[in-house]
Ligand binder design. Structure first.
Ligand code: GTP
Ligand code: MG
Ligand code: ZN
Length: 309
């Protein structure tokens, strides 16, 4: 049977045919959907999303239906509930964030690292600290690895000419959507190339392109890789941690070593900020991490005083 839709002709059969997929790219309101059944199609969202203020986002799992428009042959009809959503860069359903930190050149920005480590659990993202340029300073590399693995984080490392074992790469990606964050110049693109063998992917900061004077507006894209996805996006470094709204309750999420001493301090609500009978020494936290924790705590407490929370 043939019947008329607003834009084109369809058989009843095709109209009924919904397919599940994932948005892997979005430009100017139209999206590329990787279908569960294989292959990819172009789609436009149904107007309903705009009314409900849901913007289809790269990384979204969705269902599509034929649209009748030969240029954009599918319509996104529903979007599955998201695990998380980042605004800048705009990407949904991230599982793992590789935080690249170089031993030197540039000097590691440990404040950025600790902020990202606080942010990850809040968004249900598993952080993976990746120490790069270990060939430039083995000593610094070992010191950082000790601090952060003692704290309770997974730390991987790579040097200039190191080959990464296939099994490790597979294990990281398998079923996961993985992003790479870190300061400019730490080696994100290099790491990405080592991980995937793909050259055309440009992870990392937008500043590089800005300096080169190339076009700066880039879209977000995710690539299927080893049973998971790699997020190719600039701007993770400028991920606006301060805007995400870290509250006091979130802070400890970035400090597994402080969580381990729960109940050991004299006061149950101890902030580990110089209180009487505080057991912070027992946590084994490094001086630097403790200082940064207290700095973040001050900022949060100051803010909540200002807004009377
Ligand atoms: N010695 C050494 N140099 C490295 C290593 N990894 C990357 N580099 C070098 O560091 C420089 C920056 O690497 P990129 O991969 O471009 O860094 P990026 O993080 O993508 O930088 P942006 O795109 O500006 O954010 C390049 O010259 C790389 O060759 C490493 O493990 N050891
Ligand atoms: Mg780069
Ligand atoms: Zn305490």
């Amino acid at each position: 049977m043939l019947f008329e839709l607003k834009r084109g002709k369809f058989t009843a059969e095709t109209v009924e045919k919904q397919k599940n997929g994932r948005i892997i790219k979005g430009i100017g309101g139209s999206y590329t959907i990787l279908l569960e059944e294989g292959g990819s199609v172009f789609a436009k969202p149904r107007g309903i999303f705009r009314n409900r203020k849901v913007i289809p986002t790269v990384g979204d799992y969705c269902a599509v239906e034929p649209s009748g428009d030969p240029d954009i042959p599918y319509t996104i009809v529903s979007i599955k509930e998201r695990k998380n959503l980042l605004i800048r860069p705009s990407v949904a359903n991230i599982d793992v964030l590789i935080i690249a930190v170089s031993t030197t050149d540039p000097e590691p920005d440990l404040k950025l690292l600790d902020k990202l480590l606080i942010l990850c659990p809040k968004l249900d993202i598993t952080p993976l600290i990746w120490l790069t340029k270990t060939d430039l300073s083995r000593e610094k590399a070992d010191a950082l690895i000790k601090i952060y693995s003692d704290a309770g984080f997974r730390v991987e490392q790579s040097s200039h000419d190191q080959i990464l074992p296939k099994e490790k790469i597979r294990e990281i990606f398998s079923g996961n959507t993985v992003g790479i964050a870190g300061q400019s110049g730490v080696g994100k693109s290099t790491l990405c190339h080592r991980l995937t063998g793909m050259d055309h992917i440009e992870v990392g900061d937008i500043s590089e392109r800005l300096h080169r004077g190339k076009h700066t507006t880039r879209h977000v894209e995710i690539f299927p890789f080893e049973g998971g996805f790699l997020i190719d996006t600039p701007g993770f470094s400028s991920l606006d941690v301060d805007r995400i709204g870290i509250e006091e309750a979130d802070l400890l999420g970035g400090y597994p070593e402080l969580l381990r001493i729960a109940g050991k301090c004299r006061f149950l609500d101890c902030r580990h900020n110089g209180e009487l009978g505080c057991a912070v020494e027992e946590s084994g936290i490094s001086d630097g991490r403790l200082a940064r924790y207290r700095e973040f705590l001050d900022i949060i407490l100051e803010k909540s005083k200002k807004y009377g929370k």
